[in-house]
Design a protein around this ligand. Structure first.
Ligand SMILES: Cc1ncc(COP(=O)(O)O)c(C=O)c1O
Length: 380
């Protein structure tokens, strides 16, 4: 195997100044991550809900462990494969905040439930029956939250009556344990106007609480009542009847989240090399295949300049980003750092993080649970 394909090769770069890494490279600033985790811990002390941070943002058991050590009650994941990565690293109490559908994934969920506490969402009776059958076959117990659509119109049972009916099925099925209802107000998360976000989130929380009332009236469990992301941490989290929230983007922040919820220091960057220059315009060896641009465009960090705007859009191709640099003296071969527009869709593009302290690589941590990787379903 060539050195470039050797998965251990990145570790040989430990000790290097980050600006000397081969690019594009994913860099996490450990001091900033620690500060962000501490800041969120401090904020969560001011609201009644507990924090179960969303690990889809980082896909890293190392970072998940740091969040648990700072008081998180467990971790949230978007996929069963992220849950595999966390649980196999010894981090138990994982909520897959998603429907787990398909035989391989359902089997994996049931297997994980034999290793630690695992909870998944259901919004469909047939899926609940499949999870029940897999758990029974594995001799495990899968925790369940019934998802209600509270306005995002993504997944979730439409309507309190149908959600209650599904919950009544879940408590009858072997191998399942109902913990309560779930209602993610994702449609509020992107609302830049704070007052409007508060109004929308309270309305969504109100719908979830109607389901809580219905569960209570029928004697169904409400030990967990879950919702919430970073944009609503102090709205949903302030509701005394909501037991936990799933904010996660605070750990890295990014060009989108730092405006939405200020106070967290962008801790994730992509290092890129200037590969071509035309006056003040520099072209970087990084693009859609190496940096997340959902929601907003990346921003330069530590250099004065911005992504070039041309023909009504930002100049971001698959492997190229054009930036207008105000910093004089830049040469081909120099490196610059970019803050992703959106961290979760950046991390997913890399095998590993270069962990930096004071600008030097001190460790290399894997990004786990990606599709087609060893922890994903096609391999099982
Ligand atoms: C179900 C669910 N919960 C919580 C979140 C919160 O993540 P963030 O911290 O980015 O707001 C997300 C983000 O997409 C999500 O899909």
């Amino acid at each position: 195997m060539s050195a470039a394909r050797d998965l251990c090769a990145p570790r040989q770069l430990i000790g290097r100044p980050v600006e000397q890494l081969p690019t594009p490279a994913l860099i996490v600033d450990l001091a900033k991550v620690r500060a962000n985790i501490e800041e969120m811990r401090r904020r969560m002390e001011t609201v009644p809900a507990a924090l179960r941070p969303h690990a889809k943002i980082h896909k890293s058991p190392m970072l998940g462990r740091m969040q648990l050590e700072a008081g998180a009650i467990g971790l949230t994941t978007a996929t069963v494969w992220e849950a595999t990565a966390m649980i196999e690293a010894g981090l138990s109490d994982v909520l897959v905040a998603n429907q787990v559908v398909g035989p391989g994934k359902v089997r994996e969920l049931a297997r994980l439930a034999g290793l630690g506490k695992v909870i998944a969402l259901v919004d469909d009776a047939g899926n609940a029956e499949q999870v029940s059958a897999a758990a029974s076959a594995a001799g495990s117990e899968v925790g369940i939250l019934v998802e209600l659509d509270v306005g995002l119109h993504r997944a979730g049972v439409r309507g309190v009556a149908a959600a209650t009916e599904l919950a009544e099925l879940v408590v009858r099925l072997p191998g399942l344990r109902l913990w309560g209802p779930f209602g993610y107000e994702g449609h509020c998360m992107l609302e830049p106007d704070r007052d409007e976000r508060v109004r929308k989130a309270r309305a969504a929380n109100g719908e979830l609480l109607e389901l809580v009332d219905a569960f209570v009236a029928r004697g169904l469990p409400t030990e967990i009542v879950a919702a919430g992301g970073l944009g609503t941490w102090d709205i949903t989290g302030a509701n005394p009847r909501i037991t936990e929230i799933h904010a996660g983007s605070y750990i890295f922040s990014d060009a989108f989240h730092r405006n939405l919820v200020p106070g967290f220091d962008p801790a994730l960057t992509v290092l890129a090399t200037v590969i071509s220059l035309d006056g003040a315009m520099a072209v970087l060896d990084c693009g859609r295949k190496s940096i997340g641009i959902d929601r907003v465009s990346p921003e330069l960090v530590g250099a004065d300049g911005k992504v070039r705007f041309e023909h009504g859009e930002h100049f971001i191709h698959e492997e190229h980003i054009a930036v207008e640099l105000a910093t004089p003296g830049v040469r081909v071969g120099d490196t610059v750092q970019l803050m992703p527009g959106y961290s979760p869709t950046t991390v997913n593009l890399y095998d590993c993080y270069f962990v930096a302290e004071d600008g030097v690589v001190i460790d290399v941590w894997p990004v786990l649970g990606r599709y087609g990787s060893e922890t994903s379903g096609s391999m099982r």
